[in-house]
Design a protein around this ligand. Structure first.
Ligand code: BG6
Length: 512
């Protein structure tokens, strides 16, 4: 007889042998275009600092921040130190106080190059600074600079790889604004680079909880047999935010919730949940499966998509302005800040299983999660329990801010008669793993340095994401699809509820 295995949070089950840990990255110069900007200060440098703390960077690592702002190496270092101290105080970097030794190690390796992105002189200077070593060129700039920077890099010979050196380019979103612009951008990048040199970031893939979806599905025996149309009724994907457009009105006006969140982040979540098991965890094996499942998404019908825009309201008792009153937003704006849709996937695993998704700003609560709703059990055994009183079996993959997995099911309530009650079982990351705060960029930066592209989007993945939403973009451009207002602090417009109600279903509550 086998012994029961009792696991305490933090304990390793038998057979789990801690490995030697990840290897150090090779020596590399990281050239950050937009190195004087927000992304560099708030996310990239804190993430790199965390990698220093984890001992994952080589002595030969350095950063060249390229920007046209009025900075020099000294003032950039001072600025970065201030931000780091602030972040550490707010527990947004990895230690309770700044580890001076680690910060010193990193800040001494940061230098500033003042230059315009369209000036060939900038690239000549870079050429001599980079020498013959490995380089990662990180494009932390507005999308209009992507293609020109890459063309200049190529013109200066900076993208040429040899046996002994790699040259990689990291591209941030937005990657195009529709299918044809994404294709055009891919073509421009591939004029100068091999696909293997391009690392397209989707920061959702840097989240531990998103990476855990594949671990959960494919390293456990008991989920996968149930993960199909025989057992799953439908899936709900929610990415709800309480923030509004903040200072990004100008960008958001031409972008909107659909372009901002769906072809990229939401499609990545969908792909992780719905893809087939890859034959290995090699970058291409994983990305092949993602592309396949996105290609199998049935053409979106404009009737299956709802767009909304927040009006004035309140969140947690605080009054909130409506979208049209936000800075840099037109008072007649027709841009959506919320989108909900129903998708189906035409393959053997998922035929007939709707995937509902919703995302929006100024909603009741901040919550990103994927809820797998299982089919009801046959109920003959519980004749006195009406089937609609049975607790639905729902497995919720909580991405953020709660990080974990919950399972909801029925259990017998104590007492002499058979009565069923709903219960919930919960795995919480924080109970099991002691991870310090992270920016979510650590894994992505480290993976790029070691050449592992698994968590980056390949050209076909990006295009497949856009292909899914293109019918909605076309319909809206042709004037179809009304914009439904919702009060800030609500769960979205009523029309989003109607999208599920017509199928006899309802969204999980946002609060709770
Ligand atoms: C970004 C969008 O890509 O993702 C933002 O441009 C959005 O509008 C953000 O707020 C959400 O990211 P997260 O990690 O907070 O869920």
């Amino acid at each position: 007889m086998s012994e029961a295995l009792e696991l305490e949070p933090g304990a390793l089950p038998d057979g789990d042998i801690p490995d030697a840990g990840p290897r150090r990255s090779p020596p590399c110069t990281m050239v950050i275009f937009g190195g004087g900007g927000d992304l560099t200060r708030r996310l990239l440098v804190p993430a790199i600092y965390n990698l220093v703390g984890a001992g994952l960077l080589d002595e030969g690592f350095s950063i060249i921040a390229v920007d046209w702002s009025d900075l020099d190496t000294e003032s950039l270092r001072t600025q970065l130190s201030e931000t780091m101290r602030q972040f550490v105080a707010q527990r947004r970097a990895s230690a309770a106080s700044l580890q001076e030794e680690n910060w010193e190690w990193l800040s001494q390796r940061v230098s500033f190059l003042r230059g315009a992105f369209d000036d060939s002189q900038t690239y000549q200077t870079l050429s001599s600074l980079c020498g013959v070593g490995n380089c990662v060129f990180y494009l932390a700039v507005a999308a209009r600079f992507f293609a020109p920077i890459v063309a200049q890099l190529e013109g200066a010979g900076l993208t040429r790889e040899t046996e002994s050196r790699f040259r990689r380019v990291v591209v941030e979103k937005p990657f195009g604004s529709d299918l044809s612009s994404a294709r055009a951008l891919n073509a421009q990048l591939r004029n100068a680079l091999d696909e293997s040199q391009i690392y397209r970031i989707d920061h959702y893939l840097g989240k531990e909880t998103v990476q855990n979806i594949l671990a959960l599905r494919f390293s456990n025996g008991f989920f996968e047999p149930l993960w199909n149309r025989q057992n799953i009724d439908h899936v709900q994907i929610t990415a709800a935010e309480t923030v509004g457009v903040e200072k990004r009105g100008r960008f958001y006006e031409t972008t909107g919730a659909l372009r901002d969140m769906v072809p990229n982040h939401i499609m990545q979540l969908l792909a992780m949940v719905a893809m087939e098991a890859p034959i290995s965890f090699d970058a291409d094996a994983v990305r092949d499966e993602k592309s396949k499942v996105l290609a199998a998404v049935h053409q979106l019908s404009p009737g299956d998509i709802v767009r909304g825009q927040y009006a004035a309201g309140s969140i947690a008792g605080r009054p909130m302005a409506g979208y049209r009153e936000e800075p840099d937003v037109s008072p007649e704006s027709e841009t959506e800040s919320f989108v909900a849709m129903k998708l189906t996937i035409d393959n053997w695993r998922w035929a007939g299983v709707p995937f509902y998704m919703r995302t929006g700003k100024r909603l009741a609560t901040r919550k990103t999660e994927i809820a797998i709703h299982f089919k009801q059990a046959p109920y003959a055994l519980f004749r006195d329990t009406p089937v609609d009183k049975l607790t639905p079996n729902i497995m919720v993959l909580q991405i953020q801010p709660s990080e974990g997995v919950t399972m909801q099911f029925s259990a017998k309530m104590p007492g002499p008669t058979v009565k069923l009650g709903g219960v919930r079982m919960k795995f919480d990351y924080a109970d099991w793993f002691q991870e310090g705060p992270s920016t979510g960029y650590e894994t992505l930066i480290y993976d790029c340095l070691i050449g592992d592209a698994t968590l980056f989007q390949r050209a076909d993945n990006v295009e497949a994401g856009w292909a899914v939403v293109q019918p909605a973009l076309d319909a809206w451009a042709a004037g179809h699809g009304s914009l439904h207002p919702y009060a800030a602090g609500k769960a979205g417009p009523d029309a989003a509820d109607a999208l599920l109600a017509r199928d006899g279903r309802h969204w999980l509550r946002l609060n709770g």
